[in-house]
Design a protein. Structure first.
Lengths: 353, 171
């Protein structure tokens, strides 16, 4: 009975969703002349990184935002640190400008005295962007959480878990008993537990904070930023390579059991495999989180495309449904990233017979 | 879509730098101050639980062993008791039978003694009776033959012979 209801519910959503999509397209085609609401721009602006943390735009066009610090370095000007407010609305400051249109949109460029932009030599932008601040907040929350957890362990000793322990310990034990030990093995897992736990909770906290839309520091698309997932994947990559044993390297550089004339093909494939694994890690996390955000934002956009509040109730239900799914994905992707990291590490440390 | 390709899928250097820094520090600090104590505490607890379970199991096994030992001891004691009882019974029986045998022998001996005594007395009595009868018969004969019949040795011999012919054991 319950499953039947669920299936019916699901099809209703599918139907409602597709009709709305069809209507939306029509409206977009008809709506000419006036300033058209561009869903793709809106969505991309929410997903992409930015130098300010936009909160809302007032009716008169003024925007309320948190202006984040800009840190730029160029050979001509040296290191510059200033608030991104100085670059708001296309203002120039110390020869720097935040491009608002074109290929370099969202990037800080140097403008020379004639007003030309040197597109070849972009200044090195090390700004504390929205992503960075979101990530830093997640890290601080994580530190507070786990340092206090460690302190409570010192207090309770070996007695049963209390308070925050009873919530976090099962997750830690899950990472140990269901990710590390089955993959890496009982005698070697301990060395990799800190990394696996760090990766798991870093991704999890960022994923969950990314789902919550408001207020800052929630709502930054951290794990949906390819640079962040690249760094995470690189950590796994280096940990894997540095811990690779003899058997692992022999498997790559002189694959046993392969005829020697096949080695010129096999070795490049194996070396590609070394890089393909972290690449897959990077893309998987990035794509899953970004896709989830795009879906939620698209659903919200439908209200603006229709210019009607009548569709809102259905869409709110839909968005809640998507958010639940996103919450699942937040855990799932943290789990998958950790699981695959453990798997890659296990391939490098396993004793081949 | 070009925008998507450029801004979303190109890692920005600044974000790379900050991600590496933040994640690296997060990793280092947590490893040193959180994961090690937490994992050690959890491990210590796990080991304690495992150790307790093991010692409980050992104690159970020991108890079972003791139980079986006790049973063996009991069984042995029972067997010993049985053996002792059996032996006692045997000894008793033997004693009784020995005593019986001895008593019977003694009785036999007594009876034998009595019988020989009786025999002797009888013979004595008989010889006395012989004498008495002889004197009596002499007296009777003298009385019958008169007072002049002399008591001579020849006569007495004669009477003795007669008396011997009479078998007292008959009748």
């Amino acid at each position: 009975m319950k499953t039947k209801n669920l299936i019916g519910f699901f099809f209703f959503f599918l139907l409602a969703g597709t009709t709305i999509q069809a209507f939306g397209q029509e409206v977009e085609e008809k709506g000419e002349g006036k300033e058209k609401f561009k869903a793709s721009t809106y969505i991309l602006e929410h997903i992409a990184d930015s130098h300010e943390w936009h909160i809302l735009t007032k009716k008169n066009g003024e925007s309320v935002a948190i202006y984040l610090p800009v840190i730029v370095f160029s050979k001509e000007t040296g290191l510059n640190i200033f608030s991104s407010k100085r670059l708001a609305h296309g203002h120039e400051y110390k020869g720097f400008r935040l491009e608002e249109e074109g290929d370099l949109k969202g990037k800080i460029v140097l403008v020379n005295e004639e007003g030309h932009v040197d597109e070849e030599n972009l200044p090195l932008d090390l700004s504390m962007t929205k992503t960075v601040v979101g990530m830093l907040s997640a890290a601080i929350i994580g530190l507070l959480l786990f340092l206090s957890l460690a302190r409570s362990y010192k207090k309770t000793g070996i007695s049963h878990p209390k308070g925050i322990q009873s919530f976090l310990e099962p997750i830690i034990l899950f990472v140990r008993d269901d990710i590390a030990i089955p993959n890496i093995g009982k005698d070697k897992y301990e060395k990799f537990m800190p990394y696996l736990l760090t990766a798991f909770f870093f991704i999890l906290i960022n994923n969950i904070m990314g789902i919550v839309p408001f207020p800052p520091p929630f709502g930054a698309n951290v794990t949906g930023n390819i640079a962040v997932t690249l760094v995470l994947a690189l950590f796994t990559f280096f940990i894997t390579q540095f811990n690779g044993n003899k058997a692992y390297w022999r498997h790559i550089l002189a694959t046993p059991g392969v005829p020697f004339w096949l080695l010129p093909i096999i070795i490049p494939v194996e070396i590609m495999g070394m890089f393909a694994k972290p690449f897959a890690l990077m893309v998987r996390l990035f794509a899953n989180i970004t896709a989830g955000h795009i879906i939620v934002l698209s659903l919200v956009c439908i209200i603006f495309i229709f210019k009607s509040l009548a569709v809102a109730p259905v869409l709110v239900i839909f968005v809640i449904f998507m958010d639940c799914l996103e919450l699942l994905v937040a855990f799932l992707q943290a789990y998958v990233f950790t699981l695959l990291s453990a798997l890659f590490v296990s391939l490098a440390v396993k004793e081949h017979h | 879509m070009i925008l998507l390709a450029s801004s979303l899928t190109t890692p920005a250097i600044g974000t790379l730098f900050w991600s590496a820094l933040i994640f690296g520090l997060f990793f280092l600090i947590l490893t040193k101050f959180a994961w090690k104590p937490i994992l050690n505490a959890v491990k210590a607890r796990d080991e304690l639980i495992k150790g307790s379970l093991e010692s409980a199991e050992k104690a159970r096994e020991e108890m079972l062993k003791w139980q079986s030992d006790n049973e063996a001891i009991l069984r042995k004691a029972r067997e010993e008791r049985e053996g002792i009882l059996k032996e006692a019974r045997e000894v008793r029986d033997k004693l009784i039978s020995e005593a019986k045998g001895k008593a019977a022998e003694e009785a036999e001996k007594l009876v034998e003694k009595a019988r020989t005594g009786i025999e002797r007395e009888k013979i004595k009595a008989l010889s006395e009776i012989h004498e008495q009868v002889a004197t009596l018969s002499v007296e009777i004969a003298s009385k019958l033959l008169g007072e002049k019949l002399k008591q001579t040795g020849e006569q007495e011999k004669l009477i003795d012979n007669y008396l011997k012919e009479i078998d007292f054991n008959k009748n």
